[in-house]
Design a protein around this ligand. Structure first.
Ligand code: ZN
Length: 421
């Protein structure tokens, strides 16, 4: 199968994923073989892969409520057979919550709903989403800047679960499911040995691995690397990523898997080396660096998550929450500390003035510390909030990752609202 021109431009770094999202927005079908397609609607929703068997269709993932309709319509233009089985590659909502649309179609046709297969931890994740529903709605709404966002819960749970590996034959097709931990603790990658096709789930996402999201539960950078090595050893000829276009050709697939593993292995090795020498989190965060040549690959750009956030995640995988700064063991309330420092500095306005100067000089990290102290010491000052809004606008601009930008913007908006209150 020939790669199209847009793919070549993505591969060479000449096109952006935004351009690809635009190109697939109506529901684009990639033909992988006579009986296998992938359907995409946007970068921001997991793709759906469909395998035609004599027993019916098998789907890998389901998209989400706002993309599942388009996805299913694209599938139906290709094949109208019943959907027999759905595999969730993990429990994230952009891979599972489209099941509702699939079930509704089955109900309308008066045929059985598909059986769902997933790793054991998917059900536990879905339960957690219900327990922390308010928090998840806030975090997800802030990350993608949706107001009044309600996190979708209530996805249908797996009918069949497995722990490490699962082999299954359906309608004459063989599927091998492997569990690994990476972005989540419930992940599956799917191997079709007769076709040498690998559906990686979110172990491959066409950006730097999302292994350190500041507001999500623990992620697993070293295990992620190990899973990519396991996939590389399978020597796939086609690599179907969780997000972004399908990668054809054994050499390219191996390169993507190898580079993704190498960048996570490097961050893990560097972080552990320093931890094992007793260094503090502060020292580690400011000295560990992702290898620049890997970070420059078009499929590893840190546009979504940030290597620094991943270092924190690795720390957290091997250590507790204490960061090695004794003042952080039992900290004073931040408003009390801010009051003391503001008094020493000659007032909160002095701190804010210095924050403004630092931000303008590009020292946005330091500026954020000082403006938070000023804001805590004098929370009702509209002038200080005006400066705070500017500081976070500069932090947002300086930040490469979507997640980092989104978090700064939350506080920029807060400051804007308080500056005019
Ligand atoms: Zn995803």
């Amino acid at each position: 199968m020939e790669q199209d021109q847009l793919f070549e431009r993505l591969w060479n770094g000449a096109a952006s994923m935004e351009e690809w999202t635009q190109a697939v927005s109506e529901g684009a079908v990639t033909a992988i073989s006579e009986n296998i397609i992938s359907v995409h609607t946007t970068y921001f929703c997991g793709g759906v892969t469909v395998i035609r068997t004599t027993a019916g269709l098998l789907l890998i993932d389901t998209a989400k409520p706002d993309t599942a309709g388009k996805t299913l319509a694209a599938v139906r233009r290709w094949d109208d057979s019943p959907i027999h089985t759905v595999i969730y590659t993990h429990g994230h909502i952009d891979h599972t919550s489209g099941i509702k649309v699939i079930d509704e179609e089955a109900d309308a046709r008066g045929i059985p709903r598909p059986r769902i297969i997933a790793h054991r931890n998917v059900a536990r994740r879905l339960s957690r989403y219900q327990a922390s529903h308010g928090f998840n709605s806030i975090v997800q709404g802030q990350q993608f800047n949706y107001s009044d966002y309600v996190y979708p819960v209530g996805q249908r749970r797996p009918d069949e679960i497995y722990d490490d590996t699962l082999s299954l034959t359906m309608g004459g097709e063989r599927f091998e499911l492997f569990h690994g931990r990476g972005e989540t603790d419930d992940a599956t990658f799917v191997w079709l040995p007769e076709h040498r096709i690998l559906a990686s789930g979110d172990f491959v996402i066409w950006v730097f691995p999302n292994a350190g999201n500041p507001r999500k539960v623990q992620r697993y950078a070293p295990d992620w690397a190990a899973a990519l090595r396991q996939m590389q050893a399978l020597r796939p000829e086609v690599l179907i990523p969780g997000h972004g276009p399908v990668i054809f050709g054994g050499e390219r697939a191996a390169q993507v898997l190898d580079d993704g593993a190498a960048i996570l292995e490097s961050l893990t090795r560097q972080t552990l080396e320093l931890m094992n020498r007793g260094r503090s989190l502060d020292e580690i965060l400011h000295s560990v660096r992702a290898p620049a040549e890997l970070l420059a690959k078009p499929y590893l750009l840190a546009k979504y998550d940030d290597p620094e956030f991943v270092v924190r995640g690795i720390w957290h995988l091997y250590a507790g929450w204490f960061d090695g700064n004794p003042a952080h063991l039992k900290p004073a309330p931040s408003a009390e500390l801010a009051g003391e420092i503001a008094a020493l500095a000659g007032g909160a306005a002095t701190l804010a003035g210095r924050a403004k100067a630092l931000a303008e000089a590009g020292k946005t990290r330091l500026a954020a510390h000082l403006i938070e102290l000023a804001s805590s010491a004098s929370p009702t000052s509209a002038e200080i909030q005006t400066v705070r809004a500017k500081v976070y606008a500069q932090c947002t601009e300086a930040e490469p990752s979507l997640i980092g930008k989104a978090i700064y913007r939350v506080y920029q908006r807060d400051a804007e609202a308080r500056s005019s209150a």
